[in-house]
Design a protein around this ligand. Structure first.
Ligand SMILES: NC(=O)C1=CN([C@@H]2O[C@H](COP(=O)(O)OP(=O)(O)OC[C@H]3O[C@@H](n4cnc5c(N)ncnc54)[C@H](OP(=O)(O)O)[C@@H]3O)[C@@H](O)[C@H]2O)C=CC1
Ligand SMILES: CC(=O)[C@@H](O)[C@H](O)COP(=O)(O)O
Ligand SMILES: [Mn+2]
Length: 379
């Protein structure tokens, strides 16, 4: 029985992880759950799975949970609560599915505590890729990708040697505005931006998908997960999201992983790796699909892709700045404060003001993240 802790249990990845657990009650148990503000859903989850520990963002929210969940479930809150969930002694596996760089500290603590990490929270690797990968090596813990593209690449690399990789090819749907020109983007609404053509995901990643910053973050994520340099990481527009990514090897053989767009498949693969288990999910019907489409990404149409390559290649604290500026800009767009195209302007402007620090410590990353957030708020 694998015992799980989940950061972000009330989100899109968190709830789909619990769906996988529901399908395999003899394989998985839930030990600890951390959520943000959704007390009602966390209470339901706690009643259903009866973990040892739950945590929410504030003390007030924790008080709202009391009396609504079994007495045996300990209730914590805040950063400390999330840290205790991530490092709970009885859990061997952490599903890191909080959104944003808030997931970094508890994920680092879980690695230090020897937990296997199922990583959905890509912002963690973008912000502090060198620290996460060094710590994973030091503690000998597996870091298993949940992000669909990285799970695909990970599956394509089974039994292969990374030195024999010619290219990683990340597929990109193009997001909610893929059929619009840049001029048409000026007046788009939050509601339209939140309508992803293929995936049902949290609000932040759905906006990232529309700006293609999601693919930019995924390029940096792939660099750290697979140790492949940026000039060997490419993207291709693939509007059906059926091929989840590809690897080209030195002999020009290309491996691809395909499937219906259902995140429970990569989530379950991380949970069961190196085994596989059955999963109740829509089968892929290529005959019904008929055709799959591919196109080159246009860096003028999607400047965030270029920002991500620039930040990744510059390294040091620059990816943390890219990420923090993006997080603030996306939340300002979601709040109706700025237009869609201002997201890109804010990121470019904050990056231009930053002098990257090489090989930063955690304290330097945390300080830089805070600086970039303030700068992005003031733009
Ligand atoms: N959704 C998807 O299909 C995919 C997501 N990812 C990545 O996975 C991560 C999660 O995405 P997704 O599930 O879509 O996001 P959601 O917005 O759906 O969920 C985010 C989760 O994090 C919780 N949370 C947010 N802030 C805090 C905080 N400060 N402290 C504790 N908990 C917090 C939320 O709690 P609450 O709702 O209770 O406030 C919620 O449980 C992201 O990094 C995303 O990029 C990667 C690939 C695919
Ligand atoms: C499901 C998943 O992994 C997302 O990151 C998804 O890939 C977003 O789609 P696009 O960024 O390709 O629009
Ligand atoms: Mn992805």
């Amino acid at each position: 029985m694998k015992k799980l802790a989940i950061l972000g249990s009330t989100g899109s990845i968190g709830t789909q992880t619990l769906d996988v657990v529901r399908q395999h009650p003899d394989e998985f148990a839930v030990t600890a759950l951390a959520a943000g503000r959704n007390v009602a859903l966390l209470a339901e989850q706690a009643c259903e799975f009866v973990p040892k520990l739950v945590s929410v963002q504030t003390k007030e929210l924790a008080e709202q949970l009391r009396g609504r969940i079994p007495d045996s479930v300990r209730i914590l809150w805040g950063d400390e609560g999330a840290l205790d969930v991530a490092t709970h002694a009885e859990a061997s596996f952490l599903v890191a599915a909080m959104v944003g760089s808030a997931g970094l500290a508890p994920t680092l603590a879980a690695i230090e505590a020897g937990k296997t990490i199922g990583l959905a929270n890509k912002e963690t690797l973008v912000t502090a890729g060198h620290l996460v990968t060094d710590l994973v090596r030091k503690h000998g813990v597996p870091l298993l990708p949940i992000d669909s593209e990285h799970s695909a690449i990970f599956q394509c690399l089974q039994g292969e040697r990374v030195e024999q990789v010619r290219r990683l090819i990340l597929t990109a749907s193009g997001g909610s505005f893929r059929d619009k020109t840049r001029d048409e983007l000026a007046g788009v609404t939050v509601e339209a931006a939140l309508s992803h053509p293929n995936w049902s995901m949290g609000a932040k990643i759905t906006i990232d998908s529309a700006t293609m910053m999601n693919k930019g973050l995924e390029i940096i994520e792939a660099h750290w997960l697979f140790g492949v340099p940026y000039d060997k990481i490419e993207t291709v527009l693939h509007k059906e999201s059926i091929i989840h990514s590809m690897v080209e090897f030195t002999d020009r053989a290309v491996m691809a992983q395909l499937g219906t767009p259902d995140m429970r498949i990569p989530i379950q693969y991380a949970l069961t790796y190196p085994d596989r288990l059955p999963l109740e999910s829509e089968p892929l019907d290529l005959i019904k699909m008929g055709t799959l489409h591919f196109a080159a990404p246009d860096f003028e149409r999607y400047p965030c892709l270029g920002f991500a390559y620039e930040a990744g290649r510059k390294g040091g604290t620059m990816p943390a700045v890219l990420n923090a500026a993006n997080e603030v800009a996306v939340s300002r767009f979601l709040a109706g404060e700025i237009p869609f195209l201002a997201i890109e302007d804010i990121i470019a402007s904050v990056m231009a003001k930053h002098q990257a620090i090489a090989a930063p410590s955690l304290d330097e990353i945390v300080a830089t993240d805070a600086w970039a957030r303030r700068a992005a708020e003031q733009e």
